[in-house]
Design a protein around this ligand. Structure first.
Ligand code: MCA
Ligand code: AMP
Length: 524
């Protein structure tokens, strides 16, 4: 059997000088390439030493991780790959109900959490049958590293095939409860290898790139696009534990590549220190995860002289389209990064736009975006019916995004058929919030809609209808929600009204609510 473990491909790309700096953190620590190799070997040996028996699913053991961003957390990801286990990253903002669901659904054999959260996370994990709960904090402490310190720093990566499961990322897809998108070693590697070419990453021999890593590492953007990008190119990372616009701007003269969600660009533009001179050393600014406003695109170009490259992807597919880094021969040699578009389908990705009648639409017409390619996931964890619903009979994945492709090949996203709010790059599902709101005392029903916001792009607003005789207080309802759900999901405002606008079929007309509140945070 040939070895297709993603970790092997990443390690093969490490530079010849293993003692060179691979990661430099914002609190002054340096990790060499050798450190990444040895430390991930130790943690992989720890995972292997647990002798986890196979479970009924037939899938390799899952490692669920809810920890603050740290280089050690990245090392844990690499160790999971090399041990042949499956990585399941969880947003640090998730609270009890959310964690209970993910652990109950994925049945991880190993859970890693912060020391502060250990009491409640371990209780949930042990109740769900998890036998091993370790801790890891962002100051290199915790039982995971204590235990790994006793393990050998040599390890032969477990043989994995391209189709073998490497990671599960929970996403709500187009409807309903969160589903675990199963990504294989082949999905991740094919996408990373293609982006290496498409974005013109420079290997150390070509002068090298240096990436500012300022995103969280529990979603596709920070975990896969950014980390794989740097490692597969032997590129150094300037590691920021938390995004701080001043610190990123201060690092620009030492870096060449930056990746961010639009909110990060908006916040950097608010800093006087962002100037053309400060950004002169940079090669590439990449934006994704949420729509980049054309004003931000233009302001960035005017201020720095750089044109942001916008790209589009999903948890189920990793990266799908990108504006060109340089001339794309497939599209007549076009090299323009067009603001307001997400660029061309990436090499190997087949993208089509379909009408509601299942007909392929010609250039310029708006419909549902569907995709196929080596990057597209195999399905949702233990949800074959949901998987079947999201694929067409000829194997295209229905993204739930609505858009068009123009005659020159540029794809533009104009909306979503899924009821989803993207706030500061995080996904918020109105149905989930409404479910929690409807359970609160005095609430008969509710609707949550997304409205424009100057910082987060879009934020949720809740409209609540009281039960007869009840007078729920809007702020108290939000406080109740905050005790139960990740903070970024909490609607920024709540209104108690007498009725929800409905169409003749009785369906809530969210478009009307969106219009009603569209100027709540931005002026007309
Ligand atoms: C924080 N808050 C938010 C958000 N983040 N509210 C709405 N949306 C948000 N995204 C609120 C908190 O609830 C809190 O409110 C207050 O802001 C301060 O919280 P804090 O954590 O200190 O905020 P921050 O550090 O300023 O965070 C903002 C941020 C962060 C840096 C923009 O949200 C972020 O890192 N976003 C990036 C997300 C990302 O990586 N997405 C990639 C997904 P209160 O005090 O009232 O509680 S991958 C993906 O989408 C695909 C596949 C792709 O294409 O990449
Ligand atoms: P996630 O569920 O976190 O994988 O989010 C995927 C969704 O993010 C996509 O289906 C799009 O709706 C959205 N998205 C990602 N990149 C972009 C972009 N550049 N422009 C608009 N929407 C985007």
């Amino acid at each position: 059997m040939s070895q297709q473990n993603l970790f092997v491909a990443l390690r093969d790309a490490f530079p010849a000088d293993l003692d060179a700096v691979a990661v430099e953190t914002d609190n002054g620590l340096c990790y060499s390439w050798r450190d990444l190799d040895r430390a991930s070997a130790m943690v992989a040996n720890l995972l292997a030493s647990l002798s986890i028996p196979p479970d009924a699913s037939g899938a390799p053991p899952r490692v669920a991780v809810q920890v603050e961003k740290s280089v050690e957390a990245m090392i844990l990801y690499l160790a999971t790959l090399r041990a042949g286990f499956v990585f399941l990253p969880l947003n640090t903002a998730y609270q009890r109900a959310e964690i209970e669901y993910f652990i109950g659904n994925a049945r991880p054999a190993v859970v890693v959490c912060t020391r502060g959260n250990f009491p409640w996370v371990s209780q949930i994990a042990f109740q769900a049958g998890t036998r091993h709960v370790f801790t890891l904090d962002d100051d290199r402490s915790g039982s995971l590293l204590e235990r790994a310190a006793h393990c050998s720093d040599r390890q032969q990566p477990v043989v994995r095939q391209a189709d073998d499961l490497a990671a599960i990322l929970y996403t709500s897809g187009t409807t309903g409860r969160s589903k675990g998108a199963m990504l294989s070693h082949g999905n991740l590697l094919s996408n990373a290898a293609m982006l290496k070419e498409y974005w013109g990453w420079r290997t150390p021999e070509q002068g090298g790139d240096v990436l500012i890593h300022a995103l969280p590492i529990f979603h596709v953007h920070g975990l896969f696009v950014a980390i794989h990008g740097a490692l597969l190119n032997g590129s150094r990372m300037l590691w920021h534990g938390k995004f701080d616009p001043k610190k990123v701007i201060a690092d620009l003269p030492r870096a060449t590549v930056f990746m961010g969600v639009p909110t990060l660009y908006v916040r950097m533009l608010a800093e006087p220190a962002l100037t053309r001179a400060q950004a002169a050393h940079m090669r590439l600014f990449i934006s994704g995860s949420a729509p980049l406003l054309i004003e931000t695109f233009n302001d960035w170009r005017a201020r720095t002289g750089h044109t942001i490259l916008e790209r589009y992807g999903m948890s189920e597919t990793i990266m799908l389209t990108s504006n060109p880094w340089q001339a794309d021969a497939r599209y007549g040699g076009q090299d323009e990064r067009r603001g307001g578009t997400v660029g061309f389908p990436l090499p190997g990705v087949r993208l089509r736009v379909q009408g509601e009648d299942g007909r392929d639409l010609p250039a310029g017409e708006i419909g549902g975006i569907q995709v196929k390619g080596p990057n597209v996931f195999a399905g949702y964890w233990q949800m074959p019916e949901k998987t079947a619903e999201e694929f067409t009979s000829d194997g295209f994945f229905k993204t739930g995004d609505v858009g068009q492709q123009d005659a020159r090949g540029y794809v533009t996203i104009v909306g979503r058929s899924k009821d989803l709010i993207i706030s500061g790059g995080y996904n918020v599902y109105p149905a989930e919030i409404e479910g929690f709101l409807n359970e609160l005392p005095g609430v008969a029903e509710s609707a949550v809609v997304g409205v424009p916001h100057p910082d987060f792009g879009e934020v949720g607003v809740a409209v609540v209808i009281a039960r007869p005789g009840a007078r729920p207080d809007a702020d108290a309802l939000l406080a109740e929600l905050k005790a139960r759900l990740a903070n970024f999901k909490i609607p920024k405002r709540c209104f108690v009204e007498t009725e929800l606008p409905r169409n003749t079929m009785g369906k809530v007309q969210k478009t009307l609510l969106r219009q009603r509140y569209q100027h709540l945070f931005v002026t007309a």
